[in-house]
Design a protein around this ligand. Sequence first.
Ligand code: SAM
Ligand code: DTB
Ligand code: SF4
Length: 365
Amino acid sequence: MPAKSQDSTTVDLNLDPRPEVRHDWRLEEIEALFELPFNDLMFRAQQVHRAHFDPNAVQVSTLLSIKTGACPEDCKYCPQSGHYNTGLGKEKLLEIDKVVEQAKAAKEAGASRFCMGAAWRSPRERDLRVVMEMVGRVKALGLETCMTLGMVDSDQASRLAEAGLDYYNHNLDTSPEYYGEVITTRSYADRLDTLANVREAGMKVCSGGILGMGEAPRDRAALLQQLVRLQPHPESVPINMLVKVPGTPMENVEDLDPLEFIRAIAVARILMPQSHVRLSAGREQMDESTQAMAFLAGANSIFYGDTLLTTGNPQIERDRALFDKLGLHPEQRATQADEADTETALAHAIQRQQDDALFYDAAQA
Ligand code: SAM
Ligand code: DTB
Ligand code: SF4
């Protein structure tokens, strides 16, 4: 629990809101931010937020599970792990046309980014070819593209980048110290390797974690410290509140105080001033005031649409009403560079279709 007796007059609230972007935050410094009086922490987070972003703009992404269930990994939070019985069926990789249809609907509903997730340890060669084509087709709609497919090596990352993938999501999930309590089938170092491969390939990095998995306050600070060490900081930092799914080992874990969750968002905002911090999974279970506080703490991105990957998310109408109440608006992405990107993606998609047609003709001959 933060020290409630701290005299807020001792906290310097006139700090430069645009301090140098740092990667060397010490754990004690991060813990000290967590322990600030709540109002001081929120004030600082707002200062930093306003120095870098339109405070009323929220980036809007829509998620789609393109391959659901029967994952070989044992992540204790995850409804899609094949190790637990969560009643989720195993599905094949969705057809490209179906994915494009969903992406179009997401765009029409107001999303600027389309995130495609697969329950894989890492993509296999034949799947990679398919998802590369998906990227081109979705990007050609004028959407930013994001994928989360598990671990990728440098060759896979380069090919995804070449296909036009803008963002790759791979979460660190928790602190290095708590990690072993959550996942045993892939290591923290594996995750850092994937993030390095994504960065080296030139894609934008989306990486964050899950809170409310029974971790200690120090683990939340240590997770943020790991994220902040990445150079550059991840462009997108999803902060998920655990969605407790029956059948997973974490279904009965104790609730995290929502104020502790808000504190983590505020600290993430201060540590990574130029990143989009996403108020990610768990909004369905949050009241409007908690979500409003998360935006006040500097969250400026959400998942939008009735489902996340396999669990519920607020209905679109509810989110529209919340945005109206709070005077928020979706962040626009249209820049000339983006439009040029879209045209290139269209050209790549057409080229790949032609290549594939040749490939199949040759194989059938
Ligand atoms: N299989 C890939 C992987 O793990 O890299 C991609 C999909 S995985 C479902 C993406 C992320 O969703 C996980 O890293 C985790 O942070 C988040 N997630 C999964 N189940 C969750 C839950 N029950 N509550 C909150 N976040 C969850
Ligand atoms: C992230 O950090 N959260 C999203 C996305 N990245 C892929 C996933 C949340 C999944 C919640 C559980 C489910 O719907 O299956
Ligand atoms: Fe598989 Fe990803 Fe779920 Fe872990 S989080 S079990 S890797 S789908």
